[in-house]
Design a protein around this ligand. Structure first.
Ligand code: R5P
Length: 284
């Protein structure tokens, strides 16, 4: 028997793509709000004895999507799901994986505990190994080679793929390999939630198409600072897995010289040009 895919409200495009490719039944729960803001959920399809995959990205509004995911998992169990997987394309709070100051919440650990409602959790490109260490049963889906394959088809001239920090270095190297592009890595220091400093270094960007790749683009600060080292580049593009693009991130990046912005569908937006579905399928 094929599993049933239950789609939370954060991932409509990706869930349709997965259900179409895999031929699985797609269940769309009724999701409403009570007048006081509480969430109402209802599933009328039978899940008794079924293997169920609940897909819900923890994209903004993260706390709403998290609540919906937890309610859905518990509801599917109540309705008799035999085996339950939480498919979380974007794992929010993954950057809160250490106590940077005394007394801080390890928020991703709390999420890991809550997601024990499922038998297994599948996430796409978690921010760090530490963030995954709190989960009992988790699989991480890697997708930087998908990014590389996609970029390779876009006619880049003398391409250079750039990792803005050492944290993303190996992943960006993988994308560069898939695209047959050169690779370089910068060194970044985070000064605050919105400010970063990138170490000055010589980057061979002159006349080239440079793609800055990262796991997450949030405020765009990292991309903006990286652009300052790319004088003479023919074109600068920014490409990420999880495109949060908060506040005026898109305008900031464009003003810094970025002419094209691309992301995957782990967080769905008009920039989601690359689907992670082919990478996810191997883990379901
Ligand atoms: C952090 O280390 C991540 O890999 C990203 O570089 C970071 O989240 C990007 O954030 P922002 O766009 O706000 O600079």
């Amino acid at each position: 028997m094929m599993p049933v895919l239950v789609s939370g409200s954060a991932s409509p495009m990706l869930s349709s793509e997965l259900s179409r490719t895999l031929g699985w039944e797609l269940v769309k729960p009724e999701v409403r709000k009570f007048p006081d803001g509480e969430i109402y959920l209802r599933i009328t399809s039978s899940l008794e004895g079924e293997e169920v995959v609940v897909i819900e990205s923890l994209s903004p509004p993260q706390n709403e999507h998290l609540t919906e995911l937890l309610f859905l998992l518990d509801l599917c169990r109540d309705l008799g799901a035999r085996k339950l997987t939480a498919l979380v394309p974007y794992l929010a709070y993954a950057r809160q994986d250490k106590r940077f100051k005394d007394g801080e919440a390890l928020s991703v650990k709390t999420i890991a505990r809550l997601l024990e409602l499922a038998d297994k959790v599948v996430v796409v490109e978690a921010h760090s190994k530490e963030s995954l260490s709190y989960f009992k049963k988790v699989e991480e889906v890697k997708c930087f080679s998908l990014l590389g394959n996609y970029l390779a088809k876009l006619g880049l001239r003398d391409p250079l793929f750039l990792s803005p920090d050492e944290g993303s270095m190996e992943r960006v190297r993988e994308a560069a390999k898939a695209a047959g592009a050169d690779f370089d890595c910068l060194q970044k220091e985070r000064l605050s939630g919105t400010r970063v400093r990138i170490e000055r270094k010589r980057v061979d960007a002159s006349g080239r198409d440079v793609v800055i790749l990262d796991d997450i683009i949030s405020t765009g600060g990292t991309v903006v600072e990286s652009c300052k080292l790319l004088k003479g580049a023919r074109r600068i593009w920014a490409c990420c897995v999880h495109g949060l693009f908060v506040g005026n991130a898109l305008e900031r990046m464009k003003s810094a010289g970025v002419s094209r912005i691309l992301s995957t569908d782990t967080i769905e937006s008009r920039y989601s040009k690359i689907s992670v579905a082919p990478a996810l399928i191997k883990h379901l």
